[in-house]
Design a binder for this molecule. Structure first.
Ligand code: MN
Ligand code: MN
Length: 320
């Protein structure tokens, strides 16, 4: 008998995808990997609980085969869900008080996902994890970061791996051809960080500039077909939308602004992987609104990536 599978029933994998225990045997086009790590949070911890919370909220979208967008009268992720092309590969093992070891596990896992031909979709965790994801790629990529903050703090022997350092490491990686930071607005940003980012030839699109641009103009800052990795800090969204985020800032993006920019990026550029970070379920309201918004963003962005003509070739190549 067909299971009814209400969202609160059963074992929560992302979008009720098949669970894959041994990542080395992965046979899927998309691999969802959790990184329940928040030792990079210098203020309030708790984002380690986000992969689980995002999976839980994703079940609310998992009732049918595909995601129906009523405004467009269009179904997204139909083939991916129907044919079981999404795999949930579980979480990276975390070694408390040994971040280098935990980060090494992140890189290993993402490398295996890439080697198996699947698109890595990473659920953080705080933003410190992104450098360990990006260093797993061995091709030249541009990195797009949606964030209220630059996360470009100077690296010192004492402070290296907080969520404020990740993009200093990423920008210095030889295979990263450039960095574009979108939605920057925090008053806690130092002029030195901005100076260093600009001096290194990277691009900052502050919130006011982003708001004045059409979504297609944001994507058009890069040549058509550029292979890029996208990192989404939930604090790119406006403060009232994200009660479950410790670093929320006022005057951020509406959901539609973020969604439309991500869609334009999926249409113009070749997205080779993405992450969604900084949801903190321990701070969230009772409805889990921030986790819900996180699952919503991941599912909608994934839907747009998989709706592109270039995706079908990639999808077929990933299957064994
Ligand atoms: Mn960040
Ligand atoms: Mn941030």
């Amino acid at each position: 008998m067909q299971r009814l599978n209400r969202p609160y029933v059963g074992i929560p994998t992302f979008l009720r995808a098949k669970a894959v225990d041994d990542i080395a045997t992965l046979d899927a086009s998309i691999a969802v990997l959790g990184v329940p790590f928040d030792e990079g949070s210098p203020f309030l911890p708790g984002s380690r609980m986000a992969p689980r919370a995002l999976r839980e909220q994703s079940l609310r979208f998992a009732a049918g085969n595909g995601i129906y967008n009523v405004e467009e009268r269009k179904v997204y992720l139909k083939e991916e869900m129907e044919r079981g092309l999404i795999a949930d590969v579980g979480d990276v093992d975390i070694y408390p008080t040994n971040p280098e070891k935990s980060f090494a596990g992140v890189t290993d896992n993402v490398r295996t996902i890439i080697a198996r031909g699947a698109l890595p979709v990473i659920l953080g965790g705080d933003h410190s994890i992104t450098f360990a994801v990006v260093r797993a790629f061995n091709e030249r990529i541009h990195v797009l970061q949606f964030d209220a903050h630059t996360d470009f703090a100077p690296v010192t022997p004492e402070l290296r791996f907080t969520n404020g350092h990740a993009f200093r490491h990423i920008a210095a990686m030889p295979h990263v051809t450039g960095l574009t930071q979108i939605g920057i607005r925090s008053l806690r940003t130092s002029p030195e960080q901005i100076r260093d980012i600009v001096a290194a030839g990277h691009r900052i699109i502050p919130m006011d500039e982003f708001s004045a641009m059409r979504p297609q103009e944001v994507a058009a800052t890069l040549p058509e077909g550029t292979r890029c990795y996208v990192s989404i800090d939930v604090d790119a969204l406006d403060m009232p939308l994200v009660p479950g985020c410790v670093s929320a800032e006022p005057n951020g993006m509406s959901y539609a602004q973020l969604r439309d920019a991500l869609r334009a990026i999926a249409e113009r550029l070749e997205v080779v992987g993405f992450d969604f970070v900084e949801v903190n379920p321990t701070l969230d309201v009772g409805t889990g609104a921030t986790s819900y918004l996180g699952a919503h963003t991941v599912i909608e962005f994934l839907g747009h990536i998989c709706a592109q003509p270039r995706w079908s070739a990639r999808r077929n190549a990933s299957l064994r």
